[in-house]
Structure formats: C-alpha cells, structure tokens
Write a protein that binds this ligand. Structure first.
Ligand SMILES: NC(=O)c1ccc[n+]([C@@H]2O[C@H](COP(=O)([O-])OP(=O)(O)OC[C@H]3O[C@@H](n4cnc5c(N)ncnc54)[C@H](OP(=O)(O)O)[C@@H]3O)[C@@H](O)[C@H]2O)c1
Length: 299
C-alpha cells in the first residue's frame, strides 16, 4: 500500500519534532518544510516570508500540518510582536494558497492556533463555541485561524493548543531549574487558569484528527482538567519535593514589555476539549499530577 505523505512546517520545533517521529513510526512518509537549505532527503525548502513553496509537494499529499511561528515566549518588544504575528500569518497563507491551488489537494490541513484565542476568561469554561477574546494573542489567533481557510475539499482543523508539557522544551523545561533550586512559586495571585496538554497526547491528538473525518474547524487541544496556576505550582512542588514559596509579584509581571506579563503569565483560560471528548479521543494524561509524575520520573 502507498504510504501517506504528511507535510509538516515548523518541524524542527518542540511539537514538530515529536510529531515527525511519531508519524514516521506510524508508517507515514513525512516531509519537513525547512527555511534553510534542505540537508536530508525528507526535507524540502520553502520560504514562508515570501510565499514560496514547491506546489508539487503539496499536491497529492495526504495531510499538511502547520506548526510554524516565532516563539511567543521571547520578550514582547514591538519588533518581536510583529514577528510573532507575521511569521504565523505568512506561513499559514503560503500553505493555504498552495492547498487551494493543488490539482490533487490534501484530505486534511491541520493548522496550529492557541487557547490564547479566548483571551483572559477568569473561571469561565471555554469550549470551541466560546467567542474570541481581547488582546494581542487573541487577535493573532483569530487572524491565524482565518488565514487557514482554503478553497476546495480539504478539511481544515485549527488546533487551539494549551501549554504543551514536555521536558524537551516549552515553559515547563524553562521553569524546572528554578523549582529544583527551591526558587519556584506562583505567578501573581495564582488564580489564573492554565490549560495544559502533555506533548505526547498532543501528538496523538494530531494523529487521531488526521483520520477523524467528522472533526473540522477549531478544536481545543488541552487536557480535560485545566488547573489554576496556584494548583500547578503546588503540584509541581509536591512532585519535586521542593518548596515553591517565591511568588512572582503581579506588578513585576505587568512591567514586562508589550503587555506580555498580563497576556502570557496572568491571563487565565479554562479550555475544555469538548470536540475531542465527544469524538472519543482518549487522553493518556487527563490529570496534571499523573502527567508531571510521568514526565519527571525519567528526569
Ligand atoms: N508549545 C506550546 O506550549 C504551544 C502552545 C500553544 C500553541 N502553540 C503553537 O504550536 C506551534 C508549534 O509549537 P512549538 O512549541 O513546537 O513551537 P516552537 O518550538 O517554537 O517551533 C516553531 C517552529 O516554527 C518555525 N519558526 C520559528 N520562527 C519562525 C519564523 N519567524 N517564521 C516562520 N517559521 C518560524 C521553526 O521551525 P523551522 O526553523 O523548521 O521553520 C520553529 O521550530 C506554534 O505555532 C505555537 O505557537 C504552542
């Protein structure tokens, strides 16, 4: 049987590397779009900034997965914010246009988004039906998702992803050294909800959605049990067996440039993955305690 070709952009990143390995092991042909010269047989060069992509690689593929974007954890100067926005929109547009123009379009186009779509929502539960929130991240997510629309039969799924938990990268890997040195603590008053997902579950969810024909449009890619920042901090501190009493004062976070503190560290989103649950996707890690214990037992 012919192997199905999946094209991945942002394949060198935290999610993209794990996804590439997972899909290769599952028997897919993986093509990684790279912005530098291609070095391996499975790499193809593209230039998302100038809209250049090899159209022949998209046509006839089974799926396209778009994970490109400048990291949002970089300090939010004016220039960085523009890079965060433009890198996502230009990569997504390049892929959407190639899919729309393909003589043999892919079955499915999965494009990243984030739970930041909902803005700061306090304790309210956010399902995929919840409206877009306010702020820079919400506006970026809205434009990002709109740019992923395509002409033709390809099913489009926008992954509104929560905080991805992994020791290989992302926020948890950055926080761990401080927590291990007993320098961890809640952010502000700690009441803000954090929607999180284990990296392995995220990759499994992407694989699941490749063939889940009933799923389209936005989906919340976050575990079913979001926690407050206070609870996150307590859980991590208990598992590491280290105190975490160094609360980061709200005024310090609010002093970060570009409103980054308010949007990245203090805004709360309690996202519920209603569509994944209804489609009977099974999370391996539903509960934060189990997830962190499993991640940390190998460290
Ligand atoms: N990790 C999380 O907690 C999280 C949460 C919510 C949403 N997301 C979203 O999910 C996607 C994947 O996340 P990730 O954690 O894997 O991100 P990541 O590790 O930062 O990787 C993103 C990849 O995007 C490409 N990239 C970087 N700067 C770029 C630019 N200026 N223009 C175009 N491409 C650029 C790079 O790949 P190449 O160099 O190979 O092109 C990079 O490896 C991102 O869009 C992210 O915003 C992540």
């Amino acid at each position: 049987m012919k192997r199905r070709r999946v094209i991945i952009s942002g394949a060198s990143g935290l999610v993209g590397s794990a996804l590439s390995t997972y899909l290769l092991n599952a028997g897919y042909d993986v093509v990684r779009l790279v912005r530098r010269a291609a070095l391996d047989a499975d790499e193809v060069r593209w230039s998302p900034g100038s809209g250049q992509i090899d159209a022949a690689i998209v046509s006839g593929s089974y799926a396209v997965v778009n994970l490109s974007g400048h990291n949002i954890a970089s300090l939010w100067t004016k220039r960085t914010k523009e890079l965060i926005r433009v890198s996502r929109i230009s990569a997504t547009r390049t892929l959407s246009e190639a899919i729309s123009a393909a003589p043999e379009p892919p079955q499915v186009y999965i494009s990243a988004s984030a739970v930041g779509y909902y803005g700061d929502r306090g304790e309210a539960r956010c399902t995929e039906e919840t409206s877009c929130g306010e702020g820079f991240l919400a506006q970026v997510c809205r434009a990002w998702e709109a740019t992923a629309a395509v002409d033709g039969p390809t099913r489009v799924v926008n992954f509104r992803t929560g905080l991805v938990l992994s020791l290989q990268g992302g926020l948890l890997a950055k926080m761990l050294p401080a927590f291990r040195c007993c320098l961890g603590g809640p952010l502000g008053d700690g009441s803000q909800y954090m929607s999180w997902i284990d990296l392995h579950d995220l990759v499994r969810a992407i694989h699941f959605v490749l063939d889940a024909e009933a799923i389209s449009g936005p989906i919340n890619a976050a575990a079913p049990n979001p926690v407050t920042n206070e609870e996150f901090t307590r859980t991590l501190s208990r598992i590491l067996d280290r105190p975490a009493v160094f609360r980061v004062p709200e005024f310090l976070l609010r002093a970060l440039p570009g409103n980054m503190g308010a949007e990245v560290f203090l805004a709360g989103v309690r996202a519920i993955p209603e569509k994944l649950l209804k489609s009977e996707f099974k999370f391996e890690h539903n509960v934060l305690d189990d997830c962190l214990r499993d991640l940390l037992k190998s460290s």
